[in-house]
Design a protein around this ligand. Structure first.
Ligand code: HPA
Length: 281
């Protein structure tokens, strides 16, 4: 069980500040499998390997680069965390929370989370991109478990709009204008690393889940509790277990991700540009 207050984030923040200086990013992005393609669209002013960030360490799964990039667009800065840590690594919530802690501490107001997910709702096909309307936490625990730390907001944070409604609407229209309309739906997170059984997927469908994955929910809970505007996008990489008559394979997930990359890059690039527009006067 993670005790967040016992996790010391300050060495991570100090290390990042030492490498990137006293910057004030407007937004932060945490990239799931495949989404790092967006980094090809922008020049990075700084790159910090996760190995240099105490507590964040090496990201553990193939396809997760494990680097923090600072990008400058229109004179505004964004933090791009390429790679994330997962609960299934058995590392508790500290390393998962570290990017959110850094982003919030440096002043980022918007947190965009991306991931790969299995499609539960009929009609969600591999390659589709789904904006998160809401989530269901089936990880069995909250990242806020443990002694209360006011950095993360109130003891019992409201969860009625974890994913900011106005931001969702804006991102949907920005993506649509760029020729990539997004699906939207409810993301359910398990702790993994096993994929779901067909019976679990039937249960999750009944509960109202449209897609399933093993990430994102901790960072969304934390970002929202800390007062950030949070949004999330899933790339549907497969139909969930039992929905199609075949077994799930991580290789296949990677293959679909590879094919979807140009679209993921396009969508994230227009979103990053939008988030970097000057605020209305
Ligand atoms: N289940 C859980 N996590 C996933 C899946 C899935 O089907 N696809 C990609 N990540």
């Amino acid at each position: 069980m993670s005790r967040m207050k016992q996790f010391d984030f300050s060495p991570a923040l100090t290390a990042v500040r030492q490498q990137i200086g006293d910057v004030c990013p407007s937004w932060a992005l945490i990239l799931g499998s495949g989404w790092s393609v967006v980094l090809e669209r922008f020049a990075s002013t700084h790159i910090v390997p996760y190995a240099d960030i105490p507590g964040l360490g090496q990201a553990g799964v193939q396809g997760h680069a494990g680097e923090l990039h600072v990008v400058e667009i229109n004179g505004r800065l964004g933090l791009v965390f390429a790679g994330r840590r997962h609960l299934y690594e058995g590392i508790g919530f500290g390393p998962i929370a570290t990017p959110v802690y850094i982003a919030k501490s440096l002043g980022a107001e918007t947190l965009l989370l991306t991931n790969a997910a299995g499609g539960i709702r009929p009609g969600l096909a591999p390659g589709d991109l789904m904006l998160l309307d809401d989530h269901i936490n089936m990880m069995g625990q909250s990242p806020l478990t443990g002694e209360h730390d006011a950095f993360w907001g109130p003891r019992f944070p409201d969860q009625s709009t974890v994913y900011d409604p106005a931001l969702r609407q804006t991102l949907a229209s920005v993506a649509e204008r760029a020729g990539h309309p997004l699906d939207h739906g409810v993301y359910l997170a398990t702790s993994g690393p096993s994929y779901e059984t067909p019976a679990e997927i039937r249960a999750y469908a009944t509960m109202g889940a449209d897609a399933v994955g093993m990430s994102t929910v901790p960072e969304a809970i934390l970002g929202n509790a800390a007062g950030m505007r949070v949004a999330g996008i899933s790339c549907i990489t497969n139909v969930a277990a039992g929905v199609a008559d075949k077994a799930l394979a991580h290789d296949e997930v990677l293959q679909v991700t590879e094919q979807a990359k140009p679209r993921m890059g396009d969508v994230l690039a227009v979103i990053c540009r939008h988030l970097s527009e000057p605020p209305p006067a």
